[in-house]
Write a protein that binds this ligand. Structure first.
Ligand SMILES: O=c1ccn([C@H]2C[C@H](O)[C@@H](CO)O2)c(=O)[nH]1
Ligand SMILES: [Zn+2]
Length: 132
């Protein structure tokens, strides 16, 4: 699975977005070590703060199915620049994915930004910070 294919998967995921309030569709595709792809879309709620972003949907789906080893995530939205994940998703990605995992941010125009999990949230609060 290459970057281009994973982006296509993220676009398919985006089509499933439930966004009656923002009308802003986001899709994510998360690739596991053994080649499985988890789709995620944003799912909004009339109680707005209950909204779940596409990135966290994909990660939570994978974790809940027992998959924990990931090699790449792609995220797509109709933005001018490659879609920037929100702070909550950066925090969750930084804990559940390897620091050197590839994060591919893109948009419908085909702009692509590639970075690592560490670059997505430098100095993230981590499980180690809970220990003395
Ligand atoms: O990276 C992002 C940024 C935003 N959203 C969603 C949350 C909300 O449903 C809508 C507008 O913020 O986009 C995502 O899913 N991922
Ligand atoms: Zn988010």
């Amino acid at each position: 699975m290459n970057i281009e294919k994973l982006i296509e998967e993220a676009k398919l995921a985006r089509d499933k977005a439930y966004v009656p309030y923002s009308k802003f569709q986001v899709g994510a595709a998360l690739l596991t070590e053994d080649g499985k792809v988890y789709h995620g879309c944003n799912i909004e709620n009339a109680a707005y703060s209950m909204t779940n972003c596409a990135e966290r949907t994909a990660l939570f789906k994978a974790f809940s199915e027992g998959d924990r080893k990931f090699t790449m995530i792609a995220v797509v939205a109709d933005t001018d620049r490659p879609v920037p994940p929100c702070g909550a998703c950066r925090q969750v990605i930084s804990e559940l994915c390897p620091k050197d995992m590839k994060v591919v941010l893109t948009n419908l125009k085909g702009d692509i930004q590639e970075l690592t999990v560490e670059e997505l949230l430098p100095g993230a609060f981590s499980p180690e910070d809970l220990h003395e």
